[in-house]
Structures are given as structure tokens and as C-alpha cells.
Design a protein around this ligand. Structure first.
Ligand code: AGP
Length: 605
């Protein structure tokens, strides 16, 4: 999704903007631009398709005496990827950048006769034209009145040519954070662009108008009343958002997982039992629930699927896992006896946010598992169980996934205890195993070279199949997404027992099939399914805990897991599947961290 940055102060404006855009690249984009308010030239804009590095080069020789500026990385929603459609957009005295979707931009063009002012295909330029048309010299009232006419999601940073040194901002749904510090004031889409200037920040409240000046930030509600936002402190350092010697963020984050798990689990264990009091989640949250709905998108949803398998198997509580973008448009059968668990790494995924709001309207309490402190989903939930994975920069989610699983496991254990479905002894044993998850991953990472060899074999395949049963099928769904999103190879997850009902027709000579067989209760059935695909020529990679490789007729490559209790193999399997995707993408020479078409946080619908 688009990246936004605005700065006013005594530091070199252009450098602050371009450096900030580089830190926001991970959000996904196809073009970049800056606008600065120069003491002599007024508003100067430089924008183009391509990478931020190209923009840096293009602006290198710009002699600017700028007092403030805004910068943007665009993930195209309205209009093609062209220089003209890149942000910032300028119309008359107004320059602005935008993250979100203005749903009524066509009506605005007609109602306010803006057509002749427009040169691009974007909804954003319409807002610039509207502001310019309404501008009467008072930025606050102009923005207030214009915002009332907008429908949709927006994070806007605005400059007026006759307001040197000032940047204005306003948001609805799309995220923005801001901070004031000795050298100036800064606003951005997320903390990664702001943290090198200040560890203290605030989340821009929705429908409040910010005025950033070099010495302070004023926050006013729509009536003009000045409000003081809650100041938050970043809970990680800038090194966490840097590669630390790894070739890609994704590999760093795969190796971060043991620490991320320990940071997430340890504070939630007291005397060997699950402990959520410091998270503001008391036992009463779970007492009255009769069923659970899990709502999320993508990898976060896949983590929820793992949690569902455990809760249903161990606690016999019905769990529905819902795709957020589907859930929000159905009339879900949930009520006050339903606990809705929302998972989101970024805490800004708009489909997940709207699903959360729907669940609350239906009377269900929402407990969210979120990795970004103070994010919109976290703030709107009834309860939040933060994961402590640190910033996840790679678009492909890895450490967020495993800590989300761990958080689901902690919740499952707590629910079991509160509802007297498991004994304290069982809970202690379970938590003890969970506290070993980091070690499981460390042992599995020792097999990275084996996994790399597999990637070299599958990198040229047009299709790859992941098969499994029970928890292993759930893992294969995430595995397929990982491989698709960063290697661009078509991958499909299939319940192993279902293959012979059609899909096995796609299995032919040398088609890679990655068979996950860690669940002992269905192991023999898995071996039968593997023989079925092997006998049709598949190249089989077996992931299992066997000490000895089954006979050669079963698999071409065997990845052995350390001996682990069935419910906890997910932590080992996750790493293997992440590494298969990572090494395959890298072997193909692709940009592993920033795959084409994708954004880190999907803040548009
Ligand atoms: C996973 O690798 C993807 N980056 C994507 O599926 C992601 O998990 C999904 O967009 C949800 O994002 P969130 O966790 O920030 O809500």
C-alpha cells in the first residue's frame, strides 16, 4: 500500500523525504515522488514511476531552499502506473499525497466542475482540485469542509503554497502516525519512516486536522477544538527494521522467529500457566463463550486456521475461520456468545478492520492478535493480545505467522482452563511445550541447506502441490501462499485424502509434490497418498519426523524434523515451508522482500 511521509523543520527536507520513502518501500509501490515548498520557487514537485533510488538520482542536483515537504510511494489503485498518476498531485495552490480510495471522486468532479482542472486518472488529484477550488486562505476550514464531502478511506498530507513551513493532514481508516522532535515535525504511514527521529509518537486520530509546524504539531477536531493525542513509545529499535547483514529482510525475519516467539510467549506465562492479566484480558472474557469466530486475511487467516484445529481438537469448542473480505458482506451467525478473534500483523488491513466492526455490531466481543502497537485494529478491539515479533518488513509474512500461532495456542490453553476443559497439569505441560517452540525452530533452521537443495529443484516447475492431513493440511495452505507470492510459481494446497477426487489428474512426471506428514494419527494414510502421486511420476519431498527415510519408492527427498509432539510440529513445518519459498524466489533472482503487485499492508478494499 502507498507510503506517506511529511516533514517540516530544520533538517534538509529533501533528504528526510527520500530517506523516509526508502524505509517505506516495503509497503509495496510502483512509483514515487516528493513535493517541497521552496522559499523562492514555491511548491516544486518531482515524481516518477519506478524505484525510490531512481527518484533520489533524479532529485540529486535539485538546488532547493525548502522549508517543508511531502513524499509518497504509490501502489496504484485508480489509474495506470505513469508519471502523471504518481503522487504528489498539485492543483493551483495545493499539493497533496494520499493513501486510500476516494469512492465518490467521480461525483465530486461533476458536482464541483473539476474536470478541466485534472490531468491524471487518479481519485487523489480530484481532492487536490477540490481543496484548491475551496481554498479561501484558511487551511483548517478549507480542509474541514472538503473532508466532509469525501467518501472512502484517506490519509492525506497537504501543503498550501501560501503556508510556508506548514503541512496539514487528516485521515479516515488509512493509517498515519506523527511525532514532534527538536529538529521538526514528521508524519508518516507507519513507524519505520519516523523511528530514526523519535521513539515517541502518536497515532493520528480519525477526522482530526493536524497542522505540522517546525516547532509543534497542533491536533484539532472538526469543530476546531485542540486535542492532545495519547503519546506512545516505540517498543523496538531501528536495528529491528534493518537487514542486519542478511541479503533480504525475509531471511532475517525467518531467523528472528525464535526470539519473536520467546518475546511473545514468555510475558504470558506465570507459574507455568497462561497469564493474560497484564494484557487486560481477564478470565471473564472467556467464561460465557459458546463458539469462536476467527477473522483475518492471508497468512494471518492461516495462523487462525492452525488455532482452530487445536481448539476444536482439544477443547471441542466450535471455531469458524472466516475470510475477512467475505465475512464483512455476509450476515454472519454470531452473537454475544461468540468470541471473535481477529488476527492482523499490521493492524491496518481494511477488510479485517471492517469485519471487526461488523462482529461488534452483532454483539460479539472482539479479541485481536496484532503485531503493531496502537494500530487501528488494536485500538478498536475490545481486547488486544499483542505479538512481539518486532517490525516485519518483508511483504511475505513469516515471524508474524508463527507468533500468531503461538498467541492462538496461549488463548486456547487459557480458554481450556477457564472453562474447565483441561486440567492445570495438562495446561502446564502444554505451555511447557509452547515455551520450546523457539528451540524447535532453531533445530529446524540447522537443516536450511537441505531445504535450499529442494528449492533449486522446484524453481523451474510451472506448478507445485503441497499436500497434508489435519494440521499438516492447514500448514500446506500457508506454504502454497508463501511460494506463490514470492516466487510467482503456481502452488496449490490440497487435503491429501482429497487428491484422488480429481486433482491427481494434474500429477505427471516430475511434478513437485511436497508432502507434509507430521501428524502421527494419519501418518499411514499420508504414506498411501504419497505412493499414489509417486506412482504417477511426481517428485516427492517428504516432510516428517521419521528417523529413517521410508523406502525410496515413497519420496525423492526427505526433510526430517526433530521428534516433536504433534501439535507443535507446526513451528518446524512453518520454517521449512518459509525457507522453500525463500530459496526458490532467491534462486530465480527475484526481489524476495518486495514481490510484484503486493503490498505489506492492504489498506484498500
Ligand atoms: C502474507 O505473506 C501476506 N503478506 C498477506 O497475506 C498478509 O498476511 C495479509 O495481507 C494480512 O495482513 P495483516 O496480517 O497485516 O492483516
Amino acid at each position: 500500500m502507498c507510503g506517506i511521509i511529511g516533514f517540516t523543520g530544520t533538517l534538509p527536507v529533501k533528504d528526510v523525504l527520500i530517506d523516509g520513502l526508502e524505509r517505506l518501500e516495503y509497503r509495496g509501490y510502483d512509483s514515487a515522488g516528493i513535493a517541497v515548498l521552496d522559499r523562492n520557487e514555491g511548491i516544486v514537485i518531482k515524481k516518477q514511476t519506478g524505484k525510490v533510488s531512481g527518484l533520489r538520482e533524479a532529485t540529486e542536483n535539485m538546488e532547493l531552499d525548502a522549508v517543508c515537504g511531502i513524499g509518497h510511494t504509490r501502489w496504484a489503485t485508480h489509474g495506470g502506473v505513469t508519471d502523471v498518476n504518481a503522487h504528489p498531485h498539485k492543483c493551483g495552490q495545493v499539493a497533496l499525497i494520499h493513501n486510500g480510495i476516494i469512492e465518490n471522486y467521480r461525483e465530486l468532479i461533476t458536482e464541483h466542475g473539476l474536470k478541466d482542472r485534472l490531468v491524471s486518472e487518479t481519485d487523489t488529484e480530484v481532492v487536490a482540485a477540490l481543496l484548491d477550488k475551496m481554498y479561501d486562505g484558511d487551511p483548517f476550514s478549507t480542509i474541514r469542509d472538503a473532508v466532509k464531502k469525501l467518501a472512502g478511506s484517506f490519509a492525506l498530507c497537504i501543503m498550501f503554497e501560501d503556508q510556508p513551513g506548514k503541512i496539514f493532514a487528516v485521515r479516515n481508516v488509512s493509517p498515519m502516525v506523527a511525532a514532534s522532535f527538536p529538529e521538526g515535525s514528521i508524519i508518516a504511514s507507519d513507524l519505520t519512516a519516523l523511528i530514526s527521529f523519535s521513539k515517541k509518537y502518536f497515532v493520528v486520530p480519525e477526522y482530526h486536522i493536524l497542522t505540522l509546524a517546525p516547532d509543534q504539531i497542533t491536533v484539532q477536531d472538526m469543530k476546531g477544538k485542540t486535542v492532545t493525542p495519547e503519546i506512545l513509545e516505540v517498543n523496538w529499535d531501528i536495528k529491528s527494521a534493518q537487514k542486519g547483514g542478511y541479503p533480504f529482510f525475509m531471511l532475517k525475519e525467518i531467523y528472528d522467529q525464535p526470539e519473536a516467539l520467546r518475546n511473545t510467549v514468555t510475558p504470558r506465562v506465570k507459574d507455568g500457566l497462561p497469564y493474560l492479566v497484564d494484557d487486560g484480558i481477564d478470565d471473564t472474557v472467556f467464561e460465557g463463550i459458546k463458539n469462536i469466530t476467527v477473522v483475518a486475511c492471508g497468512t494471518a487467516m492461516h495462523a487462525g486456521m492452525v488455532g482452530r484445529t487445536l481448539i476444536e481438537n482439544k477443547l471441542r469448542i466450535p471455531v469458524n475461520v472466516e475470510i475477512a473480505s467475505e465475512f464483512r458482506y455476509k450476515d454472519p451467525i454470531i452473537d454475544s456468545e461468540t468470541l471473535t478473534i481477529v488476527l492482523s500483523q499490521s493492524g491496518e488491513t481494511v477488510d479485517t478492520l471492517e469485519a471487526l466492526r461488523l462482529a461488534q455490531r452483532k454483539g460479539s466481543k472482539v479479541l485481536s492478535i496484532v503485531n503493531v502497537k496502537g494500530s487501528t485494529i488494536a485500538r478498536e478491539s475490545d481486547y488486544v493480545l499483542y505479538t512481539h515479533a518486532g517490525p516485519e518488513i518483508a511483504v511475505a509474512s513469516t515471524k508474524a505467522y508463527t507468533v500468531q500461532i503461538a498467541a492462538m495456542y496461549i488463548l486456547a490453553c487459557k480458554i481450556g482452563l477457564v472453562k474447565h476443559l483441561i486440567s492445570e497439569e495438562e495446561a502446564r505441560a502444554f505451555i511447557g511445550q509452547l515455551q520450546n517452540a523457539g528451540e524447535i525452530i532453531e533445530k529446524t533452521l540447522e537443516r536450511a541447506d537441505d531445504i535450499k537443495r529442494i528449492a533449486n529443484h522446484i524453481m523451474t516447475a510451472p506448478d507445485v502441490f503441497y499436500i497434508g492431513r489435519g494440521l499438516d493440511h492447514t500448514m500446506s495452505v500457508e506454504a502454497a501462499l508463501k511460494l506463490k507470492e514470492i516466487s510467482y510459481i503456481h502452488a496449490e494446497a490440497y487435503a491429501a485424502g482429497e487428491l484422488k477426487h480429481g486433482t491427481i489428474a494434474l500429477i505427471s512426471e516430475n511434478v513437485p509434490v511436497i508432502a507434509i506428514a507430521t501428524q502421527q494419527d494419519v501418518y499411514s494414510k499420508m504414506i498411501s497418498n504419497i505412493r499414489e502421486v509417486k506412482s504417477r511420476g511426481a517428485y516427492v519431498v517428504l516432510v516428517s519426523m521419521d528417523e529413517q527415510t521410508p523406502d525410496q519408492k515413497v519420496c525423492d527427498k526427505h526433510i526430517r524434523l526433530p521428534e516433536i509432539q504433534s501439535e507443535f510440529t507446526v513451528f518446524a513445518t512453518a520454517v521449512i515451508l518459509q525457507l522453500i519459498a525463500y530459496y526458490t524466489s532467491d534462486a530465480k533472482g527475484l526481489d524476495v522482500d518486495k514481490p510484484r503487485n503486493l503490498a505489506k499492508s492492504v489498506t484498500v478494499e
